[in-house]
Ligand binder design. Structure first.
Ligand code: 8ID
Ligand code: ZN
Length: 353
């Protein structure tokens, strides 16, 4: 009883309005290739990456027409014939993350850096994503969802959560260290505050507006700086961290100004985790002070299958909770408008039922 057609939000071109259709074809079970599975979606988060994709912001172009979305949770309703060694079965609740599939054989895959596999398939970018009722994904990469977490709670852990979890994990920090999070009131940032706290880190949240301030402080940030109000960001960050500056910065803002002074405010030996992805900006770091202060600059790209399980495990034990509002798929355009205007505190999750 899998329908032939479904609701889907289709982007035909970067300028055209998003077209929510109800006659989009569903790939039928007998059409699935080995290794593919069909997932009936419960819900999906909306990431700022989906907005970058929709606008064609990035130097690597998305497929067109495109169905975006890569924070989906649903149930497997079919698996392609002749699929060998599937780690999941029909009826399992699974998550669809940014990395839809990778070859599992190349050096990057063997090293657990599968997100940088040259044959990677990206949900909602190079293959259709989760803004539809049925999604074709891949048995080796869908993420089993633990029982004790709601689908709507789990959705944004699959991109926002795993991304900041991994960035913090590799930030060369330890219990009691200070981490500054520009973008703290957004989807990635508000989860980063909580993962940082769970790791024993002390958080300086940077973002703007009363609503995001209240959210960040409520989620456990010790200090707050409004980037639109500060007269001297470096001075304010240093003061907030007792004079010496933070041990790490995890930049989750979707804008390049958020990176500009990181080398100046980081503590000696500190680490800049490059996460937020403004279109074509370059990192402008003083070479002299990067060397003189022994600064580490590390790009951090979502997470591998293990990171996804770890991030979900932490959330399923109640240590991290997504702050979200639920809307329908038809609201996607207005969600993007709100996100563009910086008005979304936390996340928006779309119900797909
Ligand atoms: O794997 C990765 N590296 C990865 C994974 C997922 C998402 C990277 N991203 C990227 C997205 O593509 C996007 O560029 O991270 C960025 C943030 O995604 P998001 O959290 O989904 O976006 P959001 O909810 O809009 O939050 C961004 C926040 O940044 C603040 C905004 O106010 C907003 O709350 N912000 C901005 I724009 N400029 C800022 C600044 N200068 C700033 N905060 C502090 N300082
Ligand atoms: Zn994302």
């Amino acid at each position: 009883n899998i329908p032939k057609t479904q609701k889907a939000a289709v982007v035909e071109s970067p300028d055209a309005p998003i077209h929510v259709r109800d006659d989009y074809p569903v790939k039928q079970p007998e059409e699935l290739a080995p290794g593919e599975c069909l997932v009936k979606m419960h819900c999906t988060g909306v990431c700022h990456t989906d907005l970058h994709a929709r606008k064609g912001d990035w130097p690597v172009p998305p497929k067109l027409p495109l169905i975006g979305g890569h924070e989906g949770v649903g149930e497997i309703v079919a698996i392609g014939a002749h699929t060998a060694n599937s780690p999941v079965k029909i009826g399992d609740r699974v998550g669809i993350k940014w990395l839809a599939d990778s070859c599992l054989e190349c050096e990057q895959c063997r090293k657990g850096l599968e997100q940088s596999c040259l044959k990677a398939k990206l949900s909602g970018y190079t293959v259709d994503g989760t803004f539809s009722q049925y999604v074709v994904s891949y048995v080796s990469h869908v993420t089993p969802i633990p029982e004790n977490i709601e689908s709507t709670e789990a959705a944004s852990i699959l991109c926002a959560g795993v991304t900041v979890y991994r960035a913090l994990k590799y930030s060369r920090t330890t219990i009691g260290d200070w981490v500054v999070i520009p973008g703290a009131g957004g989807g990635l940032g508000h989860l980063a505050i909580q993962y940082a706290n769970a790791m024993g880190l002390r958080v300086v949240a940077i973002d703007t507006g009363a609503e995001k301030k209240a959210l960040c402080l409520q989620l456990g940030a010790e200090k707050w700086i409004d980037f639109k109000e500060t007269k001297d960001l470096v001075k304010d960050i240093k003061e907030a961290t007792g004079g010496a500056g933070p041990h790490a910065a995890v930049v989750t803002a979707a804008s390049s100004p958020a990176y500009e002074q990181a080398i100046d405010y980081l503590r000696e030996g500190g680490t800049l985790m490059v996460v937020g992805l403004p279109g074509t900006a370059t990192l402008n770091a003083s070479i002299f002070f990067t060397v003189f202060k022994s600064i580490n600059i590390l790009g951090s790209y979502v997470g591998n299958r293990q990171d996804a399980r770890e991030a979900l495990d932490v959330a399923s034990r109640g240590k991290v909770k997504c702050h979200y509002a639920i809307k329908d798929l038809g609201a996607l355009s207005e969600v993007y408008e709100g996100m563009e205007a910086g008005k979304v505190a936390g996340r928006i999750v779309l119900s797909m039922k």
